[in-house]
Design a protein around this ligand. Sequence first.
Ligand code: MG
Length: 386
Amino acid sequence: MNKSLSILGSTGSIGRQALEVARYGKYKIKSLTANADVELLEKQIREFRPETAAAADEKAAADLTVRVADMPTKILSGAQGVCECAAMQADVVLNSVVGIAGLMPTLSAIEAGRTLALANKESLVTGGELVMAAAKKNGVAILPVDSEHCAVFQCLAGCGDKKQIKRLILTASGGPFFGRTKEELRNVTLKQALSHPNWSMGEKITVDSATMMNKGLELTEARWLFDIPAQNIDILVHRQSVVHSLVEYVDGSVIAQLGVPDMRIPIQYALTYPERKKSEVRQLRLEEYGSLTFEKPDYDTFTCIELCRKACAMGGLYSALVNGANEQANLLFRQGRIGFLQISEAVAYTLENIKPCLPGGVEEIFETDRMARQAVNNYFRIETEQ
Ligand code: MG
């Protein structure tokens, strides 16, 4: 029997590719959720006929209810509706919501005992300790969908004892601005930041990839997911995005996972795990590449990785603080209100000047996130919209 699947964030890049995998593998879709793109969500509901669907935006949910009134799908509304969909019975719940908005759905799925395929890295960056403790308590598996983490997960197969691991090596494409100096980055445009050489992704993560904040968030994500200290996780720039990550063991062996840069591979692996099934992705032909290159990141130009590493070392909710500052600065850049280099500047300012709440429950995480966004707005003298 094919597994059943719920997709949170089904109209985004990962969500749409997950539905391609579901169509090809004939998976039953239980729930679909989106933020506000009801036009596409309606199309998806008509094709995949889920039992429930939700739009996080209340107005969009009302619109959707009218649009699919002829369908048996039950429509839920708001952030609460998305969490209800996350908890619904399904063999796997894929969370591909963007940003900290993915945290509550992650916890809802875990508390309901669902196997979680996690593409929302911010869940672990902001709430790593809480999320991993909840998963342990509920006996829930978290299967990484981020390509690097899926690679590490595969490289760790057969490793029975964490003491055998020397370090994790996450690869980074370097983004569209690799090799540029700080001066050359001062006036880059959104359009330039959005032209990623290898991966086609949503706008928020593509900008994160251009600043290399994405790699810093991934380092933080890996720290929680695999319970490896951040100082034992290295970053390696690999322009071709063929080697998706590596694990170095104490005996000197290094295991890598390779594949064409196509997110349908990690998405499908999370669905078929622990099995593997045929997929429709292009075959990797290394001879077409000829050579693969590896080099150290330029940490002086791309400062976000070190900011994330610093936040990990500071512990508590400092990573949530960095994430909130980045989400706000990334948004302001996409809105054309700040320059590219000001993103990392604002994150550094926030990490330097704001003290996050002491770790507790989700309230402290969201309050820390609010403080970080406010700090970024203050830094640019932008009024915070309530
Ligand atoms: Mg990734």
